[in-house]
Design a protein around this ligand. Structure first.
Ligand SMILES: Cc1cc2nc3c(=O)[nH]c(=O)nc-3n(C[C@H](O)[C@H](O)[C@H](O)COP(=O)(O)OP(=O)(O)OC[C@H]3O[C@@H](n4cnc5c(N)ncnc54)[C@H](O)[C@@H]3O)c2cc1C
Length: 457
């Protein structure tokens, strides 16, 4: 009997335990044919913005090419599509990597129920993490709430070596007609980097050879190409984190990078234990935080989304998000802080906007990146730490190159003046907007609202 391999967040052939399990099962069942399936879930598709959709289609196309054009794309709800394909193939097992997100777990439970009714099993092998969420627990078997002790326990737990190569002679097979790739929106003026497993591995090879050594020093600089740029590849599983970890030694830069990869694992663990944190603050006192509503608040939100707050570091980041579906981590922290502490808007409004547009949009990292900045999450930065959008720009984009790259109205300003256009006589002559709020005043307002919260228990 053939087996079905259901691709979701693992769009690669290398280091893919679910793929190996599907091949082994099909061969053990005396058939050898494997159906590589991608179910295009209309819920996930509709929630994605243009760049995010385009990135997914590019990644699917790359996987399809690696499979010799045999990726079976079926449009529809997975609970309908997956059993239909399994039945058409005459398979008795469907293989996938385990999903630990709230939506993925619900979806998989529904699919499993429908498959069971057909006498087909859903086999989960591996996960998108080096250590599956839920594995690393405190001695008293409760989950960690703080990163550093989690990190130590995660290191002590360790992870497997990368899985074996994908066999060369797999008999990929499509038992029904393929619905074809979804139509990706046409992107105007967007710089979408190449997607797919081969590009991700090439990026990683080049990064570890030339840039890991300086990662600790450069990773906060928005103007430099100092980070891996692999977040979207990790999100879609074009590369497994285990593959990256296996290449990291004990050098200083490698240590820092290992720790960043561990944040992704930590947040997945936090989300598994607190699925409701997608919509509510982990520190429940913050549910009582006074936030702005109404027409002025909505106009300010629109200015933030469109990159016209009048603060160049914020605006460059928000314009980069729309144009490329990506933003540097330092800038993510600054724009998030601005939304929450300068505009007094609820963190989840920003988190939703990010999820729509980020091509690396990952529910766990995004939700808890926002909650960290808002001071209401696990291991949060103290709420009273309010980023100053101007000094952050001057520090992490010292020559103004990043600001000028995304804000044409500032291209006539030399050097760091791009972060303080109001200090230049004709700074506004190119149509760059005036500041939507005064940072110093809003910082005080933000601290007043914090002081009104009930004390921490
Ligand atoms: C408000 C906010 C929202 C965020 N939303 C997302 C998101 O939706 N998806 C996402 O992948 N990351 C998110 N991050 C984390 C981080 O900004 C990105 O992972 C990083 O910028 C990706 O660039 P890179 O691949 O070059 O990272 P690198 O610096 O090269 O790091 C390597 C990998 O480590 C992981 N990583 C690094 N920093 C973090 C972090 N702070 N939290 C979790 N994982 C991390 C990522 O998988 C990243 O690809 C968010 C951060 C903030 C502050």
């Amino acid at each position: 009997m053939p087996a079905v391999l259901w691709f979701r967040r693992d769009l690669r052939l290398a280091d893919n335990p679910a793929l190996l399990a599907a091949v082994a099962q099909a061969r053990a069942d005396g058939d050898g044919r494997v159906v590589p399936l991608f179910a295009l879930d209309p819920v996930l598709w509709a929630n994605a913005g243009a760049v995010r959709q385009a990135a997914l289609v590019a990644s699917m196309r790359s996987l399809g090419a690696s499979l010799g054009g045999n990726l079976l794309i079926a449009h529809g709800a997975p609970a309908e599509v997956v059993p239909r394909v399994a039945a058409a193939a005459g398979a008795r097992s469907v293989h996938c990597a385990a999903d630990f997100g709230p939506y993925g777990q619900r979806r998989d439970a529904t699919v499993e129920e429908a498959l069971t009714a057909l006498g087909v099993t859903l086999e989960r092998t591996g996960s998108p993490y080096a250590v599956a969420p839920g594995r690393v627990m405190k001695a008293d078997q409760t989950p960690y709430r703080v990163f550093t002790p989690f990190y130590r326990a995660w290191l002590a737990h360790g992870w497997r070596a990368p899985a074996d190569e994908c066999p060369r002679d797999v008999d990929w097979w499509m038992p029904i007609a393929c619905d074809g790739y979804p139509t990706a929106p046409e992107l105007v003026g967007t710089l979408l980097p190449p997607m797919g497993e081969q590009s991700a591995l090439a990026r990683w090879d080049s990064f570890r050879e030339h840039r890991v050594a300086e990662y600790g020093e450069h990773r906060n600089r928005a103007d430099l190409d100092g980070t891996t740029l692999l977040s979207a590849s990790l999100k879609w599983g074009e590369v497994h984190p285990r593959t990256l970890l296996s290449d990291l030694d004990d050098s200083e830069g490698a240590e820092v990078l290992r720790k960043e990869i561990a944040w992704r694992e930590f947040y997945a663990d936090v989300l598994l234990h607190h699925p409701s944190s997608v919509n509510s603050s982990l520190d429940s006192r913050f549910e009582q935080m006074a936030v702005d509503e109404g027409a002025v608040a909505d106009e300010r939100f629109a200015a933030w989304c469109e990159g016209r707050t009048g603060y160049p570091f914020v605006d460059a980041g928000m314009r980069q998000l729309i144009a490329e579906g990506w933003m540097h981590n330092r800038v993510r922290m600054v724009v998030a802080s601005f939304l929450i502490k300068d505009l007094h808007l609820p963190w989840w409004r920003g988190a939703q906007w990010f999820m729509k547009h980020l091509r690396d949009g990952d529910l766990a990292s995004n939700t808890h990146g926002w909650q960290w900045t808002a001071g209401c999450g696990t291991d949060a930065s103290p709420y009273y730490r309010v980023f100053n959008p101007v000094t952050q720009g001057l520090r992490f984009d010292p020559n103004g190159d990043y600001a000028r790259r995304y804000i044409p109205e500032l291209r006539h300003l030399a050097g760091s003046a791009a972060h303080e256009p109001w200090t230049v006589i004709d700074g506004f002559s190119q149509g760059y907007p005036a500041r939507v709020v005064d940072h110093a005043e809003e910082r005080e307002e933000s601290l007043r609202r914090l002081a009104a919260l009930p004390p921490r228990q």
